[in-house]
Design a binder for this molecule. Structure first.
Ligand SMILES: Cc1cc2nc3c(=O)[nH]c(=O)nc-3n(C[C@H](O)[C@H](O)[C@H](O)COP(=O)(O)OP(=O)(O)OC[C@H]3O[C@@H](n4cnc5c(N)ncnc54)[C@H](O)[C@@H]3O)c2cc1C
Length: 457
C-alpha cells in the first residue's frame, strides 16, 4: 500500500502532479472558471491499478479526495483544496460491441468520445447536450439529454460498472452482482467509489432531425403554454427543450437576429423527416416564429454543436428544479425572469423528461423524480469574472421566483453545493436506502467531495 509520495510515484503508471510541477496549474483547472482550487496531489491514472493505488494512498493518509471524470461539475466537485484528486482523464478506452448493441467505456471519456465511436455503427446511447461533458459524472447523477424521451435517462441504459471501493477492493456492479451498489450508482453520484468503466446499451440512432424554432419574447407566455400541452402528448421520438436565450452572433444565425433575447425550442427528433414534420405541426402554428429550421443532421454533430460557444473556463452559476406541471402562473414567473437574461451565454432551459424515463419505477434506481415532466436548469454564464456577481444574482433571483411551483428537489448534476436539505429533497424516499448502502460500502465517508450522502452513524 503506497503511503509516501515516493511510494505512490513508484506505484503509478500515469502521472503524479504536485504544486511545484510545471503541469500543476493546467491540471487543476476545471470547466467552471469560478472554481479555483489547489489540491496537494493530482494522480492522473493510466489504468485501474493506478486507481487502486491512489485510493489506498488517500485512505492511508486520511486525505480529502476528489474524483475527476470530465471536470464539468458546476459546483467544482471534480477537484478539492489541499487534498488528493484522482483524475481519470487519461482512461479513454472504448469498445463497441455492435452485435450485442453495447459499449464499454472507460471513466475518463467525454460524451464526444463515445458518440464518435458508436456513430460508426449507427448506434448511440442517451447522454446530454454538450459533447465535452464527462461520461462518469453525467451518468452517475442520472443523465438527461436529447434521446431521453425515447430511450430513457443514461442510467436506464447502464448495464454494468466496474468500481474501486474505499477499502481498495475492485468490484463489478450490475443487476446480478452487488445489485445494491448498482441501484445506488444509478443516480447516487460519486458517493460509493471510483467507477473505472461503464457498460451501456445502444440504440439505432445515426441521423436525427435537428434545429431550433425561435419566437419573440412577447410571445413567450403563449409559446410556453402551448409547449407544455404539446410535449405531454407528443410521440416519444420527438424531443425538444424550451429555452430563454440570447441568439449568439455566429454565422449559423441570420445577422438581424444576433444578440436578440428570444425564447425557443431546440428540437432533436429520431423519427423520419416526414414523421417529424407532421409531429411538430401544432407548435409551428403558435405565434409568428422568427426562425424555424429543422433538418437532418448526424447525431454527433448535434451533440457537439454548442461546444464552441460553451468553452472551458467560463464563469458558471447554476440553480435547478424538477417540475411535475407548469401552471399558467408558473409560466408567467418563468417569462418574467427568463426575459431578463443578463449575458449572451446565460440561459434557462426546461428539458422534457416524460416518456421512457417514466417506465422505470421511482424506487428502482436512486434517481427518484420519475413522475416529473421537466428538469429545469437556470445558468448564469459569462467569460468575465467581473460579471460573476451579476450572473449569480440573476440565477438565484430567477430560481427563488420559480421554485415555489416546483416538485421540491432537483437533478443533482444541475446543483451547486446547496446543503444536505437539498440533497435529501432530491432523493426523497430513496435517501434512507442510499444512507444504508453508503454505510455498507463507505462507512467513513471517504468519498465526500460530491452531493454527499452521509453514512448512518
Ligand atoms: C456545459 C455543461 C453541459 C451539461 N449538460 C448536461 C446535460 O445535457 N445533461 C446532463 O445530464 N448533465 C449535463 N451537465 C451536468 C453534468 O452532468 C455534470 O456536471 C456532471 O457532474 C459532469 O460530469 P464530469 O465527469 O464531467 O464531472 P466531474 O467534475 O469530473 O465530476 C462530477 C462529480 O462526479 C463524480 N465523479 C466523476 N467521475 C467519477 C468516477 N469515475 N467515479 C465516481 N465518481 C465520479 C465526482 O466525484 C464529482 O462529484 C452539463 C454540465 C456542463 C458544465
Amino acid at each position: 500500500m503506497p503511503e509516501s509520495i515516493d511510494q505512490l510515484r513508484g506505484a503509478i503508471r500515469g502521472e503524479v502532479i504536485e504544486p511545484t510541477d510545471a503541469a500543476y496549474d493546467e491540471a487543476r483547472k476545471v470547466y467552471n472558471g469560478m472554481i479555483d482550487k489547489r489540491p496537494r496531489i493530482i494522480v492522473r491514472c493510466a489504468d485501474v491499478a493506478d486507481v487502486m493505488a491512489a485510493v489506498q494512498f488517500g485512505v492511508s493518509n486520511g486525505m480529502l479526495t476528489a474524483i475527476r471524470g470530465g471536470g464539468h461539475s458546476g459546483a467544482g466537485l471534480g477537484i478539492c483544496d489541499d487534498g488528493l484528486v484522482i483524475d481519470l482523464s487519461r482512461m479513454k478506452g472504448i469498445r463497441v460491441n455492435p452485435a450485442d448493441k453495447t459499449v464499454r467505456v472507460e471513466a475518463g471519456c467525454v460524451w464526444g468520445d463515445v458518440d464518435h465511436a458508436t456513430h460508426a455503427f449507427g448506434l448511440a446511447t442517451p447522454s446530454g447536450f454538450i459533447s465535452s461533458t464527462g461520461v462518469a459524472g453525467l451518468t452517475l447523477g442520472g443523465g438527461i439529454g436529447y434521446l431521453t424521451r425515447r430511450y430513457g435517462l443514461t442510467i436506464d441504459n447502464l448495464l454494468s460498472v466496474d468500481m474501486v471501493l474505499a477499502d481498495g477492493r475492485f468490484v463489478t456492479a450490475n443487476a446480478d452482482e452487488n445489485a445494491d451498489l448498482f441501484w445506488a450508482v444509478r443516480g447516487g453520484g460519486g458517493n460509493f467509489g471510483v467507477v473505472t468503466s461503464f457498460e451501456f446499451r445502444l440504440h439505432p440512432v445515426k441521423m436525427v432531425q435537428f434545429g431550433p424554432t425561435f419566437w419573440p419574447l412577447h410571445e413567450a407566455a403563449s409559446v410556453l403554454r402551448a409547449y407544455r400541452d404539446f410535449i405531454q402528448k407528443a410521440p416519444e421520438q420527438v424531443s425538444g427543450f424550451f429555452a430563454f436565450l440570447v441568439i449568439p452572433p455566429v454565422p449559423m444565425f441570420p445577422e438581424h437576429l444576433h444578440n436578440k433575447n428570444v425564447c425557443g425550442i431546440v428540437w432533436c427528433c429520431t423519427g423520419s423527416a416526414e414523421e417529424t414534420e407532421a409531429a411538430l405541426k401544432p407548435m409551428r402554428s403558435v405565434g409568428k416564429p422568427l426562425l424555424d429550421h429543422v433538418g437532418p443532421a448526424p447525431f454527433p454533430a448535434v451533440q457537439s454543436l454548442f461546444d464552441p460557444l460553451f468553452v472551458p473556463g467560463l464563469q458558471w452559476y447554476w440553480r435547478a428544479d424538477n417540475f411535475k406541471e407548469l401552471s399558467d402562473e408558473a409560466i408567467d414567473r418563468h417569462v418574467e425572469h427568463g426575459s431578463k437574461i443578463p449575458t449572451m451565454l446565460s440561459t434557462m432551459h426546461l428539458y422534457p423528461i416524460n416518456g421512457a424515463p417514466q417506465r422505470v419505477g421511482k424506487n428502482d434506481t436512486a434517481y427518484s423524480f420519475r413522475e416529473a415532466l421537466f428538469a429545469e436548469v437556470i445558468v448564469g454564464v459569462d467569460p468575465d469574472p467581473a460579471n460573476a456577481q451579476k450572473i449569480s444574482t440573476w440565477c438565484k433571483d430567477c430560481w427563488e421566483a420559480v421554485h415555489p411551483f416546483s416538485a421540491g428537489g432537483a437533478y443533482v448534476n444541475f446543483m451547486m453545493e446547496e446543503g444536505q436539505e437539498r440533497v435529501q429533497a432530491t432523493y426523497r424516499d430513496n435517501y434512507q436506502r442510499l444512507v444504508e448502502i453508503k454505510h455498507k460500502y463507505d462507512p467513513k465517508n471517504f468519498f465526500r467531495v460530491n452531493q454527499n450522502i452521509r453514512p448512518s452513524e
